[in-house]
Design a protein around this ligand. Structure first.
Ligand SMILES: CC(C)(COP(=O)(O)OP(=O)(O)OC[C@H]1O[C@@H](n2cnc3c(N)ncnc32)[C@H](O)[C@@H]1OP(=O)(O)O)[C@@H](O)C(=O)NCCC(=O)NCCS
Length: 155
Protein backbone atom coordinates (compact mmCIF):
# COMPACT_ATOMS: atom_id res chain seq x y z
CA UNK A 1 0.00 0.00 0.00
CA UNK A 2 1.26 3.48 -0.87
CA UNK A 3 1.42 6.06 1.91
CA UNK A 4 1.81 9.80 1.90
CA UNK A 5 3.09 11.53 5.04
CA UNK A 6 2.37 8.24 6.80
CA UNK A 7 -1.27 8.35 5.67
CA UNK A 8 -2.12 5.21 3.67
CA UNK A 9 -3.43 5.87 0.19
CA UNK A 10 -5.69 3.12 -1.07
CA UNK A 11 -6.94 2.67 -4.60
CA UNK A 12 -10.13 1.02 -5.75
CA UNK A 13 -12.00 0.71 -9.00
CA UNK A 14 -14.69 3.35 -9.43
CA UNK A 15 -17.88 3.05 -11.45
CA UNK A 16 -21.01 4.96 -12.42
CA UNK A 17 -22.17 5.09 -8.80
CA UNK A 18 -19.06 7.19 -8.05
CA UNK A 19 -19.93 9.86 -10.62
CA UNK A 20 -20.56 12.51 -7.94
CA UNK A 21 -17.29 11.71 -6.18
CA UNK A 22 -15.34 11.87 -9.44
CA UNK A 23 -17.03 15.15 -10.32
CA UNK A 24 -16.13 16.62 -6.93
CA UNK A 25 -12.48 15.80 -7.44
CA UNK A 26 -12.48 17.05 -11.03
CA UNK A 27 -14.05 20.34 -9.91
CA UNK A 28 -11.29 20.92 -7.34
CA UNK A 29 -8.49 20.16 -9.79
CA UNK A 30 -9.54 21.82 -13.07
CA UNK A 31 -10.78 25.31 -13.81
CA UNK A 32 -13.08 23.90 -16.50
CA UNK A 33 -14.63 20.90 -14.83
CA UNK A 34 -17.06 18.23 -15.95
CA UNK A 35 -20.41 17.59 -14.33
CA UNK A 36 -21.74 14.36 -12.88
CA UNK A 37 -23.68 13.54 -16.07
CA UNK A 38 -20.44 13.59 -18.03
CA UNK A 39 -18.89 11.05 -15.68
CA UNK A 40 -22.03 8.90 -15.74
CA UNK A 41 -21.95 8.97 -19.53
CA UNK A 42 -18.34 7.79 -19.63
CA UNK A 43 -19.36 4.56 -17.95
CA UNK A 44 -22.04 3.84 -20.55
CA UNK A 45 -19.24 3.24 -23.05
CA UNK A 46 -17.81 -0.24 -22.79
CA UNK A 47 -14.14 -0.48 -21.90
CA UNK A 48 -14.28 2.50 -19.53
CA UNK A 49 -12.56 1.99 -16.21
CA UNK A 50 -11.72 4.33 -13.37
CA UNK A 51 -9.50 4.38 -10.31
CA UNK A 52 -10.22 6.29 -7.13
CA UNK A 53 -7.47 6.98 -4.57
CA UNK A 54 -8.40 7.75 -0.97
CA UNK A 55 -6.41 8.84 2.09
CA UNK A 56 -8.93 7.93 3.49
CA UNK A 57 -11.11 10.63 1.88
CA UNK A 58 -11.04 10.72 -1.94
CA UNK A 59 -7.91 12.54 -3.12
CA UNK A 60 -7.32 11.52 -6.72
CA UNK A 61 -8.90 9.75 -9.64
CA UNK A 62 -8.26 8.56 -13.13
CA UNK A 63 -10.63 7.54 -15.91
CA UNK A 64 -9.46 5.46 -18.88
CA UNK A 65 -11.00 3.64 -21.79
CA UNK A 66 -9.80 0.47 -23.42
CA UNK A 67 -10.98 -0.44 -26.89
CA UNK A 68 -9.27 -3.32 -28.60
CA UNK A 69 -5.55 -2.57 -28.64
CA UNK A 70 -5.92 1.11 -27.80
CA UNK A 71 -6.15 2.61 -24.34
CA UNK A 72 -7.02 6.26 -23.72
CA UNK A 73 -6.62 8.35 -20.63
CA UNK A 74 -9.80 10.40 -20.30
CA UNK A 75 -8.79 12.28 -17.19
CA UNK A 76 -6.41 12.15 -14.25
CA UNK A 77 -6.23 14.49 -11.28
CA UNK A 78 -4.88 14.75 -7.74
CA UNK A 79 -6.17 17.27 -5.19
CA UNK A 80 -3.71 20.19 -4.97
CA UNK A 81 -2.81 19.47 -1.34
CA UNK A 82 -1.86 15.90 -2.26
CA UNK A 83 0.17 16.70 -5.35
CA UNK A 84 3.88 15.91 -5.71
CA UNK A 85 3.51 12.86 -3.50
CA UNK A 86 3.64 10.21 -6.20
CA UNK A 87 -0.12 9.54 -6.36
CA UNK A 88 -0.46 10.28 -10.08
CA UNK A 89 2.60 8.16 -10.76
CA UNK A 90 0.94 5.29 -8.88
CA UNK A 91 -2.40 5.64 -10.70
CA UNK A 92 -0.77 5.97 -14.09
CA UNK A 93 1.31 2.85 -13.54
CA UNK A 94 -1.77 0.91 -12.42
CA UNK A 95 -3.76 2.09 -15.44
CA UNK A 96 -0.97 1.26 -17.87
CA UNK A 97 -0.42 -2.18 -16.32
CA UNK A 98 -4.16 -2.87 -16.39
CA UNK A 99 -4.47 -1.84 -20.04
CA UNK A 100 -1.45 -3.93 -21.03
CA UNK A 101 -2.74 -6.96 -19.15
CA UNK A 102 -6.03 -6.66 -21.05
CA UNK A 103 -4.26 -6.60 -24.40
CA UNK A 104 -3.77 -2.93 -25.16
CA UNK A 105 -0.55 -2.14 -26.98
CA UNK A 106 -0.68 1.66 -26.98
CA UNK A 107 -2.01 4.39 -24.75
CA UNK A 108 -3.09 7.88 -25.87
CA UNK A 109 -4.03 11.07 -24.08
CA UNK A 110 -4.74 14.75 -24.62
CA UNK A 111 -3.09 17.30 -22.37
CA UNK A 112 -3.35 21.05 -22.40
CA UNK A 113 -0.36 22.81 -23.91
CA UNK A 114 1.40 24.49 -21.00
CA UNK A 115 0.36 21.96 -18.36
CA UNK A 116 3.96 21.42 -17.34
CA UNK A 117 3.18 19.13 -14.40
CA UNK A 118 1.11 16.71 -16.48
CA UNK A 119 3.45 16.78 -19.48
CA UNK A 120 6.43 16.07 -17.19
CA UNK A 121 4.52 13.18 -15.60
CA UNK A 122 3.64 11.64 -18.95
CA UNK A 123 7.12 12.13 -20.36
CA UNK A 124 8.54 10.37 -17.30
CA UNK A 125 6.46 7.35 -18.33
CA UNK A 126 7.69 7.46 -21.92
CA UNK A 127 4.82 9.35 -23.57
CA UNK A 128 5.80 11.48 -26.55
CA UNK A 129 3.84 14.12 -28.42
CA UNK A 130 2.49 12.96 -31.80
CA UNK A 131 0.19 15.84 -32.73
CA UNK A 132 -1.56 18.99 -31.59
CA UNK A 133 -5.27 19.86 -31.56
CA UNK A 134 -5.46 23.55 -32.24
CA UNK A 135 -7.65 25.65 -29.92
CA UNK A 136 -9.09 22.52 -28.32
CA UNK A 137 -9.76 23.62 -24.74
CA UNK A 138 -12.11 26.51 -23.96
CA UNK A 139 -10.97 28.58 -20.99
CA UNK A 140 -13.26 30.33 -18.51
CA UNK A 141 -12.36 33.70 -20.05
CA UNK A 142 -13.53 32.47 -23.46
CA UNK A 143 -10.05 32.00 -24.90
CA UNK A 144 -8.85 28.67 -26.30
CA UNK A 145 -5.70 26.64 -25.79
CA UNK A 146 -4.21 23.77 -27.77
CA UNK A 147 -4.19 20.13 -26.73
CA UNK A 148 -1.07 18.04 -27.18
CA UNK A 149 -1.77 14.45 -28.20
CA UNK A 150 0.69 12.10 -26.56
CA UNK A 151 1.17 8.37 -26.85
CA UNK A 152 3.18 5.58 -25.33
CA UNK A 153 3.64 1.93 -26.30
CA UNK A 154 2.58 -0.50 -23.59
CA UNK A 155 4.79 -3.39 -22.61
C1 LIG B 1 -0.61 16.43 -13.20
C2 LIG B 1 -0.96 15.83 -11.84
C3 LIG B 1 -2.01 14.75 -12.07
C4 LIG B 1 0.29 15.22 -11.20
O1 LIG B 1 -0.10 14.59 -9.99
P1 LIG B 1 0.93 14.35 -8.79
O2 LIG B 1 0.36 13.31 -7.89
O3 LIG B 1 1.30 15.64 -8.21
O4 LIG B 1 2.20 13.75 -9.56
P2 LIG B 1 3.34 12.85 -8.92
O5 LIG B 1 3.66 13.34 -7.57
O6 LIG B 1 2.97 11.41 -9.07
O7 LIG B 1 4.56 13.19 -9.87
C5 LIG B 1 5.14 12.25 -10.76
C6 LIG B 1 6.08 12.99 -11.68
O8 LIG B 1 5.34 13.92 -12.51
C7 LIG B 1 6.13 15.11 -12.70
N1 LIG B 1 5.47 16.24 -12.05
C8 LIG B 1 4.38 16.19 -11.26
N2 LIG B 1 4.04 17.45 -10.87
C9 LIG B 1 4.96 18.28 -11.40
C10 LIG B 1 5.14 19.69 -11.37
N3 LIG B 1 4.32 20.50 -10.67
N4 LIG B 1 6.18 20.22 -12.05
C11 LIG B 1 7.01 19.43 -12.74
N5 LIG B 1 6.90 18.07 -12.82
C12 LIG B 1 5.88 17.51 -12.16
C13 LIG B 1 7.47 14.82 -12.09
O9 LIG B 1 8.26 14.15 -13.08
C14 LIG B 1 7.10 13.85 -10.97
O10 LIG B 1 8.17 13.07 -10.54
P3 LIG B 1 9.08 13.61 -9.31
O11 LIG B 1 8.16 14.02 -8.21
O12 LIG B 1 9.93 12.43 -9.00
O13 LIG B 1 9.83 14.79 -9.86
C15 LIG B 1 -1.50 16.93 -10.87
O14 LIG B 1 -0.61 18.02 -10.90
C16 LIG B 1 -2.90 17.42 -11.17
O15 LIG B 1 -3.88 16.80 -10.76
N6 LIG B 1 -3.02 18.55 -11.89
C17 LIG B 1 -4.33 19.15 -12.16
C18 LIG B 1 -5.13 18.29 -13.11
C19 LIG B 1 -4.36 17.97 -14.37
O16 LIG B 1 -3.74 18.82 -14.98
N7 LIG B 1 -4.44 16.69 -14.80
C20 LIG B 1 -3.80 16.20 -16.00
C21 LIG B 1 -4.77 16.27 -17.11
S1 LIG B 1 -4.06 15.59 -18.62
Amino acid sequence: MYSRNSVPVTVRAADKSDADLLTGLHRKCFTSYWNSDAFSDFFTVSGTYALLASAPEPVAMMVCRLQYEQADIITLCVLPEYQRGGIARMLLKMAMDNAASLGATQMFLDVEDGNTAAVALYQAFGFTQISRRKLYYRQKDGSFTDALVMTCKLA
